[in-house]
Ligand binder design. Structure first.
Ligand SMILES: Nc1nc2c(c(=O)[nH]1)N[C@H]1C(S)=C(S)[C@@H](COP(=O)(O)O)O[C@H]1N2
Ligand SMILES: [Mo]
Length: 496
């Protein structure tokens, strides 16, 4: 191929891609990482359309990296798609030979495409401005010499468009950051209610004084989402509809729920897809109303329930589990954070995390069993959690002893005992347990301190639940029914 043609083709592609990136940045600047972000639809589709085995592989093997990869793939696809729109608009408009035609054409083309992708006019305007900016600067950068010779310095224009896109992108990110910090500051101004503050203090007092051990109310609560960009429904627009096999269909707005009596509960969540000694298990103080208060007047006539959410997630389970369920609107004394399901989520005590549906929109009562989002993909994550004692922390104490510690959790069965072996499982010793927090579905901490043998040795931990059942030793991977087995770790006292 003619080098000149190849060269100008590459330049065009670079300008188009820079336009696509700037369009994304423009959209992000005005709507942030909300569902109206122009890349949200494509990023979320990658997960929804991916085959079940691939999603399972991503969750169990890649973990959080998997969802990051999916998000970046979504961003890249969006940049290329919008870049194609930029390129098409520029080629179509060039023939007009009017100075304002190119940016206007790009703005209209990208604006329409972005509106279709995001369903948001504001987001589309942001995208249009970004793409048009790149297009304009690149055309202004065409020097008189270029014009006179009829050629353009392709590399220079490619670099110029890239620089504009990057500069604009940084500006957009910076602007968002400032806005986000302002909002956090506002949130921190609101005092935590006294009764929640007392519960948080209780948890702090009952947490072991073990260095590097996460306290009984988690510092960092894990998140698991099917969407790369979470829903962000406004409170005023939110409602939950109770329908299906019911005598009386009802809908509650946020205001309705806000007006009801609120309770505060300690509750632990654990994801069925986590690794045996993983970190997708956490505890918070949740504020909300018992689900039964909402269902009272509905007259339930079916045996099963399907909870549905604003992100397209849905999970089914036996209706009995609703009896102790909760609709949470607050977490640790603040309003429920977006990533945990704002404005309202379900909490179903003792069950795996997945049926604790976030961004709850529907409670549908069913006559017949149905299949939930993860069950369609092969998981069995709607039942009670497995018993586990985790080994999260190993410390060397000043007196030479070794201190091992972690959380233990068995859902509503509770934890009665945790034993530790420091000789690979031959002999067992009772660990000390933290005083139980009030609540029917809360983890406890365990700690064990011992004089270590010389050199590396195998520490094994096992829990007994409140029914007196010892945690099974048999090791099972997370897929499909949640991890099980005794956690064990090689401890080398010399390296602690
Ligand atoms: N709407 C919705 N609810 C959801 C999910 C989701 O992707 N969408 N993930 C579920 C899973 S798999 C888990 S483990 C828990 C995690 O809750 P968290 O993100 O607040 O920790 O939420 C559950 N509820
Ligand atoms: Mo989960």
């Amino acid at each position: 191929m003619d080098r000149q043609v190849l060269h100008s083709g590459l330049t065009r592609a670079a300008v188009a891609l820079a336009g696509g990136v700037a369009a994304m940045a423009g959209s992000y600047a005005v709507v942030g990482g909300s569902p109206a972000f122009v890349a949200a639809a494509i990023a979320n589709t990658t997960v929804t359309l991916a085959p079940g085995f691939l999603v399972t592989f991503a969750i169990t093997v890649l973990g959080d990296l998997g969802s990051k990869l999916a998000y970046w793939a979504g961003l890249a696809t969006t940049a290329v798609a919008l870049g194609l729109v930029v390129a098409t608009a520029r080629i179509a408009i060039r023939r007009l030979n009017r100075p304002l035609a190119a940016p206007l054409g790009v703005a209209v083309g990208v604006g329409l495409a972005a509106a279709a992708l995001s369903g948001s006019a504001v987001s589309a305007v942001g995208a249009a401005v970004g793409a048009a900016l790149v297009s304009t600067v690149v055309d202004l950068g065409r020097t008189d010499a270029d014009a006179a010779s009829g050629t353009t310095d392709g590399s220079r224009r490619a670099v110029l468009s890239g620089a504009v896109a990057v500069a604009f992108g940084l500006l957009a990110l910076g602007g968002r950051q400032v806005l986000a910090t302002d909002r956090e500051d506002d949130e921190e101004q609101v005092p935590i209610p006294d009764d929640v503050a007392a519960m948080l203090e209780d948890a702090r007092a009952k947490s072991f004084d073990v260095e590097f051990l996460e306290p009984l109310v988690s510092d960092q609560f894990y998140t698991v989402d099917i969407a790369n960009v979470d829903p962000d429904p406004a409170r005023e627009d939110w409602s939950v509809r109770i329908h299906g096999a019911v005598g009386e269909e009802t809908t509650y707005t946020f205001e309705d729920i806000d007006a009801m009596d609120h309770e505060h509960r300690f509750e632990t969540l654990r994801c069925v897809g986590e690794s045996l000694n993983g970190r997708k298990m956490d505890t918070a103080v949740w504020t909300g109303v018992p689900l039964m208060n909402l269902l009272e007047s509905a007259d339930l006539q079916g045996e099963y329930v399907m909870l549905r959410a604003a992100d397209g997630f849905y999970e089914e389970f036996p209706v009995d589990a609703l009896e102790t369920g909760f609709v949470a609107v607050g977490m640790n004394g603040r309003s429920l954070p977006r990533e945990h399901g704002a404005p309202a989520r379900a909490l179903i005590p003792g069950h795996w995390g997945e049926i604790n549906v976030k961004w709850l929109t529907e409670i549908e009562i069913l006559d017949e069993p149905a299949t939930g989002y993860w069950e369609k993909r092969g998981w069995h994550g709607t039942g009670p959690v497995n018993t586990v004692a985790k080994l999260w922390t190993e410390n060397r104490l000043d007196d030479g002893r070794v201190e091992v510690a972690g959380p233990a959790y068995a859902g509503t069965r509770g934890i009665e005992r945790v034993e530790v072996s420091v000789d690979g499982g031959s002999t067992w010793n009772d660990a000390q347990l933290s005083d139980p927090l009030p609540g029917d579905d809360v983890w406890r901490q365990w700690v064990y301190r011992y004089d270590p043998p010389d050199g590396a040795h195998e520490v094994v931990v096992r829990a007994t639940d409140g029914l007196g059942t010892l945690q099974p030793e048999d090791e099972q991977r997370a897929y499909p029914s949640g991890p099980s087995g005794w956690v064990s770790k090689t401890v080398e006292p010399g390296s602690l």
